[in-house]
Ligand binder design. Structure first.
Ligand SMILES: NCc1[nH]cc(CCC(=O)O)c1CC(=O)O
Length: 329
């Protein structure tokens, strides 16, 4: 098979992910060349993503190169991917998800959101700002864009007391020693896709290449979860600048038996071929944090589940919340 050209953004986090994919593919006997592509999201650092117009700011240039054939696949943080792809593009793999939590990062390890003590958190994610306002109103936020290194630099220079970041990025970048607190997903449901790396290609890519790449990189359980979360996001038409959150987890037959005290025999009746049920929790929070809608659905068809959850949220007032948010961004 010819050399796989893997497109990636050039940030350290993106490169970490690209080398991770390269190694995975090489272990399976493929040859890989990394191609670094600059995106609008990397260039425009003085405006928040919600103002640039979030659709595809980190993906557009990569997608052009997929179409032209200059690269075979592109790697993205699944979280940064818009919920709807053009018809000529597809996602062929989702890597096994890391811990999905957000973490509080600080040089002062005694800081804690739960402590009730006020301090300043740097973040520009509308989800994180709104969730902080809702669950931790004693916290002040300052807007902070840029890659993880830039943000760590700003933290160090005292622009804020702490950062709120995805565990996955902090772990990959080796900043674990500065994690002051792991935020519970019960309160802080993560962004859709958080913690997994997605591989995108043109539909027209050589089927043999596609199949081999998928076989080596895709983690089926993560894929089912992300299909559910992304179906949810798609129905809500949320880009990454809308404070929508969603997390799917897989319940295997043993857990099901333990958790709901049904017998293994009973539970197997509920389960499908791949022996798993998916639970999706998701919702939406108003920009000022005053209102939050959160629901959970369980079932075995990821796409139906994601859509059902979205319909539930919309019918409970989410439609109005979304309209308000879009008018105010
Ligand atoms: N929004 C930027 C972004 N995109 C992916 C990650 C981290 C890795 C991941 O969640 O998979 C981050 C940083 C962060 O939110 O802290």
């Amino acid at each position: 098979m010819s050399v796989i050209k893997l497109g990636t953004r050039g940030s350290k986090l993106a490169l970490w992910q690209a080398y991770f994919i390269k190694e995975t593919l090489e272990k399976g006997g493929l040859e890989v060349e990394i191609v670094i592509i600059n995106t609008k999201g990397d260039q425009i650092l003085d405006r928040s993503l919600s103002k640039i117009g979030s659709k595809g700011v980190f993906t557009e240039e990569l997608e052009e190169q997929l179409r032209s054939g200059a690269i075979d696949i592109a790697q993205h943080s699944a979280k940064d991917l818009q919920s709807e792809l053009a018809d000529d593009l597809e996602l062929i793999a989702f890597t096994e998800r890391e811990k999905v939590n957000d973490v509080l990062v600080s040089f002062d390890k005694s800081l804690s959101l739960e402590s009730g003590k006020p301090f300043v958190v740097g973040t520009s994610s509308t989800r994180r700002v709104a969730m902080l306002k809702h669950f931790y109103p004693h916290i002040t936020t300052v807007d902070m864009r840029g890659n993880l290194q830039t943000r760590m630099g700003k933290l160090e220079s005292g622009v804020c007391d702490a950062l709120l970041l995805a565990y996955a990025g902090v772990h990959r970048m080796g900043y674990m020693e500065h994690v002051a607190e792991l935020i519970s997903t019960d309160k802080f449901t993560p962004a859709v896709g958080q913690g997994s790396v997605a591989l995108e290609c043109a539909v027209s890519l050589d089927p043999e290449k596609k199949a081999k790449i998928r076989e080596l990189c895709n983690h089926p359980e993560t894929e089912q979860q992300l299909l559910a979360e992304r179906a949810f996001l798609k129905r809500l038409q949320g880009g990454c600048s809308i404070p929508v959150f969603g997390l799917a987890t897989t319940v295997n037959s043993e857990q099901l038996a333990v958790n709901s005290e049904v017998t293994a025999e009973n539970s197997s009746n509920l389960l499908t071929d791949n022996c798993s049920l998916i639970t999706v929790t998701g919702g939406i929070v108003s920009l000022d944090g005053s209102e939050i809608l959160k629901e959970t659905v369980t079932g075995n068809n990821p796409l139906e589940l994601g859509e059902a959850l979205a319909e539930k949220i919309l019918s409970l007032g989410g439609d109005k919340m979304l309209a308000d948010i879009k008018a105010n961004l």
